[in-house]
Structures are given as C-alpha cells and as structure tokens.
Design a protein around this ligand. Structure first.
Ligand code: 5GP
Ligand code: ZN
Length: 136
C-alpha cells in the first residue's frame, strides 16, 4: 500500500467500481455515497489539491464530469447534479489526491447544502471583491 488510497486505486492495488477512464483521468463510485451513483473523478497522477493541478488537465476533467453527470441523469434518474471539491482539511478534504465529487440530487432528497451568511453591507462586499481582484 502506498501513502495515497487513490494512487492505490489507479495502480490496481485496491479495487474500485470503475465508471469511466481517459488517458489522464479515472471516474469511480464513491464508497460512501451522498446519494447512490455519487462518483469521484480524479487525475491519474497524484496532485494533492486543486491548486496543484496543471490547468491543461482542466479540459479533460471537465469533459469527464459532463459525461458522468449526463450518465447519472439517465442511469439513476438524477434530477440535479452537484459538482463538489474539498480542498484542505477545514473544507472537508480527507483524501489528499485531488478529486471532484459528482453527486446526483433529487427534489426533496433531504439534503440542505450551503448554509449562507450575510455581508454587513454592500460596501463591505465591494471592498472584499476589490481586495480579491487585487490578488489575482
Ligand atoms: P473528500 O472528503 O476528501 O473530499 O472525499 C473523499 C471521498 O473518498 C469520500 O467521499 C469517501 O467516501 C471516498 N473514499 C474514501 N476511501 C475510498 C475508497 O477506498 N474507495 C472509494 N471508492 N471511495 C473512497
Ligand atoms: Zn494519490
């Protein structure tokens, strides 16, 4: 076993329920689904988070996520799809091999994602947007 469970899956050292693969990506079912069909899309090479991924991989990853999402709509009659990615521990990342969650959703499936907060006022919001823009 290596340090990374997803590298072990890529190298066939531990099994997975494979859905699809391309030259640089693999899609397989999450072992503990939010809803059945919940699929993980990962790069075959080990990159810990979004910020380590080469942007050239983006097109291939996006195409795979679109294909998997469409297949979930047909296969498990998903009425909606959440695309998610956890980066770093405070955001819920448990496996430090970058991965995207493709989650089938249904009306009234009991999940309530994204509890939301408020800015104190519009000026605070605009100032933060400007600060962010200055850091890009
Ligand atoms: P994270 O919290 O890092 O975004 O998500 C990691 C995901 O990997 C979790 O949803 C978890 O259920 C899934 N997972 C962890 N170990 C395995 C495994 O051995 N096989 C599969 N198929 N999924 C796994
Ligand atoms: Zn890895």
């Amino acid at each position: 076993m290596s340090e990374c469970i997803f590298c072990d899956i890529i190298h066939g050292k531990i099994p997975c329920a494979k859905v699809y693969e391309t030259k640089n990506t693999l899609a397989f079912l999450d072992i503990a689904p939010v809803n059945k069909g919940h699929t993980l899309v990962i790069p075959k090479k080990h990159y810990p988070t979004l910020f380590d991924l080469p942007s050239e991989l983006g097109k291939e990853l996006l195409e795979v996520m679109q294909k998997v999402g469409e297949a979930l709509r047909k296969t498990v009659q998903a009425e909606g799809i959440n695309l998610g990615m956890n980066n770093f521990k405070p955001a819920g990342q448990l496996v430090f091999h970058a991965h995207f969650h493709i989650i089938p959703r249904y009306e009234n499936d009991g999940l309530s994602l994204w509890p939301q907060k408020k800015y104190n006022n519009n000026d605070e919001m605009l100032a933060l947007a400007q600060k962010l823009a200055n850091n890009i």
